[in-house]
Design a protein around this ligand. Sequence first.
Ligand SMILES: NC(=O)c1ccc[n+]([C@@H]2O[C@H](COP(=O)([O-])OP(=O)(O)OC[C@H]3O[C@@H](n4cnc5c(N)ncnc54)[C@H](OP(=O)(O)O)[C@@H]3O)[C@@H](O)[C@H]2O)c1
Length: 214
Amino acid sequence: MTKILIAGATGLVGGYVLQQALADTRVTRVVAPTRQPLPPHPKLFNPISDFASMPDDDRWWAVDGVVCTIGTTRAKAGSAEAFRAVDLDLQLAVARHARAHGAKRFALTSSMGADARSHFLYLRTKGQLEEALKGLNWPSLTIVRPGAILGERAEVRTNERILGAVLRTLAPLLPKAARGNPADQIAHVLLEAAITAPNGVRLVKADQIGRDRS
Ligand SMILES: NC(=O)c1ccc[n+]([C@@H]2O[C@H](COP(=O)([O-])OP(=O)(O)OC[C@H]3O[C@@H](n4cnc5c(N)ncnc54)[C@H](OP(=O)(O)O)[C@@H]3O)[C@@H](O)[C@H]2O)c1
């Protein structure tokens, strides 16, 4: 009897989380706010929200666990500020709303190398989000730090495609942490965390993702 909220269900990782949550008999309801509508499903509640004016008092925030896979890139967002508005402020707002409505578990897609003191905007922002989430006193907080995310995207990201191809070719020679992580395996870790993670803060590193499946 678990209700799960997925933030970022139209994305690569979020799409797998959605697919797996809808197929999971432990999950009775999936709340997935998105900017564009998702295909209907009997278990799915899909509020359409532009996120800039996200309602914080709606009852649908009242779930058991949250999976957050929102993210953008500086290039796509257009500026460092716009990137931080999505990768820090928006994700924190989701976490605050769900926590205020009684959610107990939060599972975040962060990144390998996340560090609030990093010189790099991306890693610094991810690290700052991790720190801010710890400050919200989640009974259970799981931070997943994948390496490069492997999977097919509708959108063309040339650099990621090249990196993915290189990583697949070199995989046998690379340490596990540097091989990249398939999006469906990341999704599996996130969903399990949102359903069953014990209390406390848990960090899942790139080389731990998919371990239970290999
Ligand atoms: N790419 C990598 O190799 C890599 C490596 C490590 C960590 N990560 C991190 O892992 C996470 C998931 O990655 P992914 O590849 O699955 O991401 P993705 O496919 O780009 O999906 C991003 C999701 O965030 C949503 N989003 C972006 N901007 C938004 C906004 N302004 N308002 C509302 N929703 C917004 C998107 O919604 P729309 O469909 O409406 O745009 C989409 O659902 C991200 O945080 C990413 O930074 C990525």
